[in-house]
Write a protein of this length. Structure first.
Length: 107
């Protein structure tokens, strides 16, 4: 089951998340960037998109969909990746993947 749903071709709503580790909000104040990374659940091309930090102290991030992100119906594995000073990467969540579903226009 998906955690987020969007209809094929739609670009709103943007997807937002509160990043946390071990139940505590991740303070993103020192983060240099954040990306949304997704791949079809069945496998295939991995897509990386620049996301934005909405609130560094609250660990809130957001990605506004591009047209090509919602062009194909299906279920996709998804996570956010933060780049820390020195180029150190951290993924959220880091134990599994969330899922989003692009649903058909009809059906």
């Amino acid at each position: 089951m998906a955690d987020f749903f969007i209809r094929k071709g739609d670009r709103l709503p943007a997807i937002e998340a509160e990043l946390s580790r071990q139940g505590k909000v991740a303070d993103l104040t020192l983060a240099s960037s954040v990306q949304l990374i997704y791949q079809p659940e069945a496998g295939g091309v991995v897509v990386t998109r620049a996301a934005q930090i909405v609130s560094a102290l609250l660990g809130t991030v957001k990605y506004s969909w591009a047209a090509e992100d919602t062009a194909t119906v299906g279920i996709f594995l998804i996570y956010f990746q933060v780049t820390w000073p020195g180029g150190i990467l951290e993924s959220f969540p880091n134990r599994a993947h969330n899922k989003f579903s692009v649903t058909p226009i009809f059906g």
